[in-house]
Design a protein around this ligand. Sequence first.
Ligand SMILES: *Cc1c(COP(=O)(O)O)cnc(C)c1O
Length: 455
Amino acid sequence: MKYVSTRDNSNEYNFEEVFIKGLADDGGLYVPTSLKKYTHKELLDLKNLNYNELSTEIINQFLSDFISKEELLSLVKKSYSTFREKEVVKISSIGKLKLLELFHGPTLAFKDVAMQFIGNLYEYYLSKNDKKINIVVATSGDTGAAAIDAIKGKSNLNIFVLHPNNRISPVQRKLMTTVEEKNVFNIAIDGNFDDCQNIVKSMFSDLEFSKSINMSGVNSINWARIIAQAVYYFYAYFKLGKETVSFSVPTGNFGDVFAGYLAKIMGLPIDKLIVATNENDILHRAISKGDYISREVKETLSPSMDIQLASNFERLIYYINNSDSKITLDIMKKIKQNSYQIEKNNLDIIQKDFLSESCNEQETLDIIKKNYEENNIILDPHTAVGVGAAKKLSFNDCVVLSTAHPCKFPDATNNAINKNKKLPRELQHVLDKNENFQVLKNNVEDIKKFVKSKV
Ligand SMILES: *Cc1c(COP(=O)(O)O)cnc(C)c1O
């Protein structure tokens, strides 16, 4: 399969470049030039596969020139052997609503599903290429832990994770800083998440620096992450055995919900995709009325969705404009100037597939409380936003993606119900292990010097 950039589709790239680079040189995101569309009969053939087999079938569509199907299956099996659930994900119910639990991986959030796979893809790539790669990533909490767990101990790979000092939950931090492997480096920046993200961006755009260390990124725009996430939409659809299914997806960067859209355009009979946001509601304003103006980021109970510029939305813009990269580039310029209003014809197309809703802080707490009292289930605050959006839209029997284990966000659950979930037994040890991280100033040159001294 070949890929192009959303901002200039005149050049084609293969999967290897798409995976290792993440972002195209022109700043666009990679998208495939064509997609397999499953027929009804082909879908029936996938229906009874287990999670690993299904992953292999779906993912293989995108990278068959990179890895053979047999090797892919063993890579997938290895990736998901680290999960506490044999079938990787689990479907549970709250009343008629279904929860698709995606948090049974090593670091308790859905990011593990793609990240464990990506860690092994790097290892496979390096087994064929004599190179050393340095991954640098900024995190507001969940991505960093998932990436570290996926990369730790792998040869010819180092990982550097920047988190905002004192601004992530202690559980989130400890899942990263108690890892002992020598190829893991945690840096706490005196600043906020945007500062961390800006440092990583400026390290990437310093080509002399980034080439000198073979710098690579694993943030949510990486196509390899999207395809691994599309799999659980197929899996949930087959498990439920209904004719069509709608999904409510707690959203920040539009990555997870875009994976659902990908499943839909590959022929999976998805009815609606509900984009569920917290008070950082740019995507709700965009999808409900075309208003894509970003505002100041607010800190909320669901920090992994505290985002005001949803990177993966660019892929949707490209698709709804019939894969026209000129139009996409124009729109991205408007977004950069923070002056993009979605035109009526585009909005009509978006609203065929997407609905949206937003939950404020009080509503999020109320949902956690109500579900605890009525169903004895403790929801994490991100999942609560997904449940709230589905209820507000009266989608009472859809599937809500449950993106994090409630034990990761004890402040929110304590606030709502005076209770918090314990960490799973296998992870209890992180609570009292020694932590190892370096506090550095919010200064890109200092960070570069630190990274250089370690590679
Ligand atoms: C990252 C994250 C999200 C948002 O996912 P996107 O792909 O950015 O939309 C939602 N919930 C949790 C727990 C997360 O870690």
